[in-house]
Design a protein around this ligand. Structure first.
Ligand SMILES: *Cc1c(COP(=O)(O)O)cnc(C)c1O
Length: 485
């Protein structure tokens, strides 16, 4: 353990009687909580001076890895740069101090942002309208499936209880369908990693509500058969759902609405540059094609007589108020700061960067699916199978060189999967540095495999036993003391 970086626990820095605060003298006389609400003993809290507290937490924050302090090629997550101007907008007191129950007349600016973002997303994706209410991608999937169910119900088409999900889909797809009360039918991938149209055909019938597709899919491959699939799916009366978490490489290049998708979600926290990680915050707006607008959830922002208003009915709610407004502001700022022309470069540059890394490393890392990828691709471990250095070892060794590891052991289709997504933001120099380090690790795997297998060596905490950490996590200070004893 590197003590300079990691430091002590705040409890270990405690000196009994030491104070880091001063409160004004109590001017209100003596008050005491009823005895039954009081502790029998004082809580054992750390006692430190103010500067010790500031240093402790500032040093801890320095141990956090983020897009702002290093390259973060985490596949399937689109960890793109979150410009400071997004944060400045979200922090403007005129926005940050709004109350969600304010009358529409007193927050026209905020409603205009919502309205404009609904329309920007519709234009970028080829949909007719959007709701900004869902709080995550998975929440968007659930909302989208509920919209699809409402559509079928409105036609008294009650037999449609099944959803088709490709075997390559993100885990949230079958999970959302199950939460929506729908049955999941799996469609297989071809050897090239695309949805197998021949496997799909016999699955289609009058009990199918929708197919959920991701494009490019979770292998980073463009689903080329979508026009054919859309024709087949629509012919059987079902709808096309687009999981837009992978929209990044399409941004400015093509639109799901033009491919025949009826309902979709986007992840503002991926494609539209708002920070995510550690579980939040997120936003998963849902778009629908023309003819399905009436199934969007409420409340919804619209414009009437040059004023912005909120439609509100007591049913069809998927979340409180008008979505995750801080994230909505960041995404809108990002779209405006790129502008109509620059946003068209997002998809092509993300795609170029991924292909550049893939082609530069395929002689030392196993590339199971060759050819052009989109924004991300998968290696299946080191090419040299004579060492026992695994994908886990390579990922840990990358931390020593100051890089976040790629996504590993996902997708499940490959045993040593290593999924790399650079995003469009990275410079040629950064990407070349990453390539050089991955080549160096491949060489180390031959020359000094033990160094790779015991990595990381330069991080505050060395390699943890993840099985033990998952099965017997030590989550309290007290237990840690007991352990030392
Ligand atoms: C991230 C992701 C999701 C889920 O989004 P959350 O915001 O994490 O709920 C769904 N599908 C794909 C392909 C994803 O990459």
């Amino acid at each position: 353990m590197n003590n300079r970086l990691y430091g002590n626990l705040i409890f270990e820095l405690s000196h009994p009687g030491c104070k880091g605060y001063s409160l004004p003298r109590n001017r209100f006389g003596h008050h005491e909580l009823p005895a039954y609400l009081r502790r029998a003993h004082d809580a054992d809290l750390p006692e430190c001076d103010e500067l010790t507290v500031v240093r402790h937490y500032t040093n801890l924050s320095g141990n956090n890895f983020g897009v702002d302090n290093g390259f973060y090629p985490l596949g399937s997550c689109t960890m793109k740069y979150n410009p400071c101007i997004n944060e400045e907008t979200a922090n403007l007191p005129q926005f940050a101090n709004l109350h969600p129950l304010q009358p529409a007349d007193s927050c026209q600016g905020a409603l205009e942002v919502e309205y404009n973002l609904q329309h920007s997303l519709a234009e970028l994706t080829g949909m007719a309208d959007f709701t900004l209410n869902p709080f995550a991608g998975a929440h968007g999937e659930l909302t989208g499936l509920m919209i699809i169910r409402s559509y079928h119900q409105s036609r008294h088409d009650d037999k449609r209880v099944k959803v088709i999900v490709p075997d390559s889909a993100h885990g949230t797809n079958p999970a959302s369908a199950a939460v929506c009360g729908l049955e999941i039918v799996e469609v297989k991938s071809t050897a090239n990693g695309l949805v197998d149209v021949e496997d799909l055909k016999p699955l289609l019938g009058d009990d199918i509500a929708a197919i959920m597709m991701t494009n490019p899919n979770t292998l980073g491959l463009f689903e080329t058969e979508i026009p054919e699939i859309a024709k087949l799916v629509h012919a059987c009366g079902a709808l096309m759902y687009y999981d837009g978490a992978n929209l990044n490489p399409m941004l400015g290049a093509c639109r799901p609405g033009d491919m025949g998708f009826d309902v979709m979600h986007v992840n503002l926290h991926k494609t539209f540059s708002t920070p995510h990680g550690g579980g939040g915050p997120g936003s998963g707006p849902v778009g629908v094609r023309a003819g399905l607008e009436q199934f969007l959830p409420s409340p919804h922002v619209f414009k009437a007589d040059s004023k912005f208003a909120v439609s509100n009915s007591s049913f069809n709610h998927v979340g409180a108020f008008l979505g995750n407004f801080g994230v909505i502001l960041r995404a809108y700022t990002y779209i405006l700061s790129l502008g109509r022309e620059n946003i068209k470069m997002v998809g092509p540059l993300a795609t170029l960067n991924a292909n550049y890394i893939k082609e530069s490393l395929k002689d030392v890392y196993e590339l199971p699916i060759t050819g052009l990828c989109k924004h991300e691709f998968v290696f299946d471990g080191l090419k040299d199978k004579s060492t026992d250095v695994t994908t886990m070892d390579v990922a840990k060794r990358l931390l020593d060189y100051g890089y976040h590891a790629p996504t590993i052991y996902f997708p499940l289709l490959f045993h040593q999967a290593m999924m790399i997504e650079p995003t469009e933001n990275e410079s040629r120099q950064t990407i070349d540095g990453f390539i050089a380090v991955l080549r160096k690790i491949a060489q180390e795997a031959k020359d000094t495999p033990d160094v790779v297998k015991s990595a990381p060596h330069n991080t505050p905490i060395a390699r943890v036993d993840d099985v033990l950490a998952a099965k017997h996590p030590i989550l309290t200070y007290k237990q840690l003391v007991n352990d030392k004893d």
